[in-house]
Design a protein around this ligand. Sequence first.
Ligand SMILES: C[S@@+](CC[C@H](N)C(=O)[O-])C[C@H]1O[C@@H](n2cnc3c(N)ncnc32)[C@H](O)[C@@H]1O
Length: 359
Amino acid sequence: MSIRVADFFAGGGGLSLGFQQAGFDIVCAVENWRPAIDVYRANFPNHPTVSLDLSNELETLRLLDDYRPDAIIGGPPCQDFSSAGKRDESGGRASLTISFANVISNYRPSFFLMENVGRAASSQAFKVALDIFKRANYGLTIQLLNAAHCGVPQSRKRLIVIGQLGGRDGFLDAALTSGLSENPLTLREYFSDGLPFEHYYRHPRSYARRGVFSIDEPSPTIRGVNRPIPKGYLGHPGDSVSVTGQLRPLTTRERACIQTFPEDFQLAGSKSDLEQVIGNAVPVKLAHYVASRLAHYINENNDAGNLPWSDQLFEPRAAKMCQVVHGSHSENDGVSPAPTSIATSSSHPPPQRQTIRRA
Ligand SMILES: C[S@@+](CC[C@H](N)C(=O)[O-])C[C@H]1O[C@@H](n2cnc3c(N)ncnc32)[C@H](O)[C@@H]1O
C-alpha cells in the first residue's frame, strides 16, 4: 500500500514523476491544456489524465470523490505572480490558487503540497489561501527552496507549502533544510562528461542581463521560451565567454534534462509547446527531494501510530532520501543514477516531433 495522490495543474508531470519516484501512488492528474495533457499521458499511461478546468470547484470535488486521494499536490499557474510575466493578480490565474485552497479545505486530504514562484508569497491570493488552509486545520510548512541545492543543476527558487491535516506548523521544516547541499550544483557536476559544450546561450529577459553561461555554474531558470541568439546580441560583461560561431542555445531535450527529466522522458508536440511544458515544470529532482522527505515523515509517524494508515506505506527503497552534499549529489534511492548524459546533437531539434533517444 502507498499514499494515493492526485496531481492538479499537472503540466507535463515534473511534480508527479518526483512523487512517483519517492514511492507515492499517483491515482490521477488534472490539467486543461491539451499539449501538456499529451506529454503527461505519453509518460504516465497507468493512471488517468483528466481534462478539467480546476476553477470549477464543484466538478473538481466530484472528481476527488471518484479517486479518493490521500494527498493532493499541485502548482497553480504562476504567471500572475511570476517575475517573468505580468504581475497583475486581477488576470484571473492567481484566483486558481484560491480555488486550489477551497478544494483542499472542502475535501480535506491528509496532506497537500502547493508549489509556486517565490513572488507568490507577497500576493493577496497567497495570503487568502493560507488563511483558508489554517481555518481548515492544516499545519503548514512553508519554504522557499532553490532547486540548485536540491540536486538540480539549475538556479530556480520555488515556494513550497506542505500541509498536514491536524498537524503542527513547521512539521517538515527541519527535514527540508537538513538535506540541502552547501553549494549549488553545476551542469558539469550533474552531467559529468555528458555535455557536448562548455558554454551556451540563454536569451535574457533584457539586455541589462547576461546571456552566455558556463557549465561550471548552475543554469539560470529554464523558462517557457527558448530563443536563438539574435544577430544584434552585443554581449554582456557578465557573459562567461564572448559570442562565437560555436555558441548556441540549449536544445529542447537539453532543457528537459536540466529540469532533471530522465533521458527517456517522451517529448511529443510542437517545439514551442514543449518548451512551455518543460519551462513550467517542477524539476523532477526538486519534487523528489521534497517528496522523499515527506514520505519519510509519513512513514515515521505512521509507525508511531500518529497517522491513520495501518500498513507499511512505502517500499524501503522508495522511502530513502536523496542525499545532496556539498554541491554534488548522489542518489541513494536506486531510482535514477547520476551523473547523467544527454544526446550530443549540436543542432537545434526540428520543430515537429522529436526523436527520443532511448538509453
Ligand atoms: C506551473 S504549471 C504546472 C507544472 C507541473 N506541476 C509540472 O511539474 O510539470 C501550471 C499548469 O496549470 C495548467 N492550468 C492553467 N489553468 C488551468 C485550469 N484552469 N485548470 C486546469 N489546469 C490549468 C497549465 O496548463 C499548466 O500546465
